[in-house]
Design a protein around this ligand. Structure first.
Ligand SMILES: Cc1cc2nc3c(=O)[nH]c(=O)nc-3n(C[C@H](O)[C@H](O)[C@H](O)COP(=O)(O)O)c2cc1C
Length: 337
């Protein structure tokens, strides 16, 4: 029989709780609570004389879903944003610079006399909510707040609430999703990051926990078997269409240029959007298929009239109850000496 796992609720409660943002470990804790692709946590943190460096962990890259490492650097940007908000909460200012040499890294210089940003207060409550929403609209004043919060140098958000427009983007989401689901390499990579039960999620502290996506928890062997049977274009497309049609709108994060420095900025914009949404009681989830599949990205770019700007991330937003949280590896596992 499938052994009952340790208590996922207890693990997530302990993780999603405050730390002292005045310490290096505290800053890293808040950084690791950021959104990140497949919850692979492809990041490492180093204390520097000026502050903190965030480095890519290429051993945790996603060669199929993210061949160019766009999502990896965007995830580092999400972590950087959380870290800078935490520094602000401890009264410190921060300045970010992307260093392109080698595999690239983010340097964050910390100084005295920073101010707290209320978005910090949303870090512990933010989650990607992959469920059906209640189809109610977001008030215009809240849309304006989302738009303003997501503005960073070189990246911003486009909010789409017109149902006809949403259907046009949905078409691209479904065609890109069909391409990914029918690619055995994509399915195998995704399957390797799925955590089918609480024990597996707690043991690794990473990956995509079934219950966080509204799926039943199962023994790992059975979960893998069911995934092979039920991960089909039809089932996945039906689910995404239903979920998007239950949402209040779409948020497209887009940036000035298509290079790692701007992917980081796009990640920061995305994290700020997610935190502002959380602060307003608005849920969000990613639907990135059309930016991940090379052939649909230019179609999305032209549909949205983005010109030369790169569409970086696609998210839906709306209202729904919370879902079980995702976990993280301990801070000690991501710190470099
Ligand atoms: C760059 C990036 C790409 C992502 N792509 C997807 C995606 O395509 N589908 C999805 O459901 N979630 C996606 N996510 C969300 C992550 O899976 C999620 O952040 C991670 O599992 C941790 O969960 P949490 O955000 O609820 O803490 C993405 C997140 C980032 C930052």
């Amino acid at each position: 029989m499938w052994p009952r796992g340790p208590d996922h609720d207890a693990a997530s409660k302990a993780l999603w709780s405050p730390r002292d943002p005045a310490t290096f470990d505290g800053l890293v804790h808040y950084a690791t609570l950021a959104a990140n692709s497949h919850n692979a946590q492809a990041w490492r943190f180093r204390a520097t004389p000026q502050g903190v460096s965030i480095l890519p962990d290429m051993a945790r890259a996603l060669p199929v879903a993210d061949g160019d490492h766009h999502h990896l650097y965007a995830s580092l940007g999400c972590a950087a944003e959380n870290l800078m908000l935490a520094a602000g909460a401890a009264g410190r200012s921060s300045a970010l610079e992307f260093m392109a040499e080698g595999a690239g890294r983010i340097d964050i210089a910390l100084a005295d006399a920073g101010t707290a940003d209320p978005l910090f207060d949303a870090i512990l409550a933010r989650q990607c909510t992959r469920s059906d929403y209640d189809a109610s609209p977001v008030p215009v004043v809240d849309l304006a707040a989302l738009d303003a919060a997501a503005r960073v140098e070189g990246a911003e958000v486009m909010l789409i609430t017109d149902p006809a427009r949403i259907e046009q983007v949905l078409e691209l989401i479904l065609s890109a999703n069909a391409a990914q689901v029918s690619d055995p390499a994509f399915a195998a990579e995704l399957k390797s990051w799925l955590r089918f039960n609480a024990s597996a999620a707690i043991e690794t502290g990473d990956g995509l926990y079934s219950a966080s996506s509204g799926n039943p928890t199962l023994p790992t062997f059975l979960g893998r078997f069911m995934f092979d049977r039920f991960f089909t274009v039809r089932a996945e497309n039906d689910r995404y269409a239903r979920q998007l049609r239950s949402s209040a709108g779409l948020a497209i994060i887009h940036s000035e240029r298509d290079d790692p420095a701007h992917w980081v900025q796009a990640g920061r914009a995305c994290q700020r959007f997610a935190l502002q949404a959380t602060a307003l009681g608005i849920r969000h989830a990613h639907l990135n298929q059309p930016v991940e599949v090379e052939s649909t990205r230019p179609q999305l770019q032209s549909l949205l009239g983005l010109g030369e700007r790169r569409p970086d991330m696609v998210l839906r937003f709306g209202y729904a109850p919370p879902m079980p949280r995702s976990l993280r590896r301990p801070v000690a596992a991501v710190i470099e000496g």
